[in-house]
Design a binder for this molecule. Structure first.
Ligand code: AVI
Length: 318
């Protein structure tokens, strides 16, 4: 069995971060709550269910791509690399990358949820004897504060799932620059990015017939009720997901079905009928749009892959 050795913990998102972000977001003209707060235990469970929905093509398409491209990874990336995964969650896709590489030296999963991080790290260590596994508890916001002893290794960053699409373009550029700083010059980065496509495929992926995405979105209010002494009436809000053509992204909202008010952590917020809380952006890239983004983030594309239906893309950057 590979060895699990923990690095010192990075800062973990606290109850105060959640409270401050919710109170600030609900005080704006366009009310909002950052999408990173979707993923409490219930939200993570609902997201796992989303990935299995017939309408939600990204996960299965990306897994298919990771399998079909694996000979390329083995050819393009050097032996003995250290794999650093950002937001590793259950590390399910990582196994495909680790299998494709020649004698990877170590795996460093970086993840905000301890409940996801440590069991996944143990599973990978069991599956890859001889691999050093070093879990780091922390979020994307902590990258600039992190120091990893990577100078002697070629590093392969891994950021699958099109999570980069949940950042605005500015945030995505800053993220790519932070990854470059963390991994150094001798590094590659494998990123999954969802592609632009006809709306009859895209919209159902965020408005599924079984209502799992709606439950995932509404869980944000349930989480506020549970953790911040919130008093949202969940039945008085509905899920909405639209495509913003100009910004090339899905936008998710919670729409108030009537004029109402709700208290959160002792503060009262009013809603007009039809007023929305913005909860998520999910940007969809063209191949050239992603190349532009990578360049601004300090990376160059070595190779890009897409499935035959051009639903999803993987990019190897250096
Ligand atoms: C995690 N992220 C890439 C998902 C997406 O497609 O943007 C989150 C999601 N939101 C609704 N469905 C899935």
């Amino acid at each position: 069995m590979g060895q699990v050795v923990q690095f010192p913990e990075a800062r973990v998102s606290s109850a105060k971060d959640f409270r401050d972000a919710v109170l600030l977001g609900l005080s704006q003209k366009q009310k909002s709550v950052p999408s990173r707060f979707f993923y409490d235990a219930r939200g993570s469970e609902l997201f796992e269910r989303i990935t299995e929905l017939p309408e939600y093509y990204p996960t299965r398409t990306e897994i298919g791509l990771l399998k079909s491209c694996s000979p390329d990874f083995g050819r393009l990336l050097p032996p003995g690399a250290v794999v650093v995964e950002f937001g590793s969650g259950s590390s399910r896709k990582t196994e495909l990358l680790l299998q494709a590489l020649e004698r990877p030296a170590a795996y460093i999963p970086i993840e905000i949820s301890a409940a996801a991080l440590y069991p996944a790290a143990r599973r990978i260590a069991r599956a890859f004897p001889g691999l050093g596994v070093h879990p780091v508890l922390g979020g994307f916001h902590d990258l600039d504060r992190m120091k990893l002893p990577l100078q002697d290794f070629f590093c392969v960053g891994f950021f699958p799932g099109s999570t980069i699409g949940n950042f605005t373009r500015t945030e995505a550029v800053l993220f790519l620059r932070s990854v470059r700083r963390l991994l150094g010059k001798r590094a590659a980065l494998l990123v999954g990015a969802d592609l632009q496509k006809p709306l009859d495929i895209l919209l159902p992926a965020y408005n599924d017939a079984a209502g799992v995405t709606a439950a995932f979105n509404l869980n944000m209010l349930a989480r506020i009720n549970r953790e911040l002494f919130g008093a949202f009436d969940l039945a008085a809000f509905e899920h909405s997901a639209i495509y913003n053509e100009r910004k090339e992204r899905i936008e998710m909202y919670l729409r108030s079905l009537c004029a109402q008010s709700a208290s959160v952590a002792g503060r009262c917020f009013s809603f007009e009928a039809g007023e929305t809380i913005h909860t998520e952006n999910s940007h969809k890239y063209s191949l050239s749009g992603f190349r532009w983004l990578a360049a601004r983030g300090g990376w160059e594309i070595v190779k890009s892959w897409a499935d035959k239906n051009r639903l999803f893309s993987l990019h190897l950057l250096t």
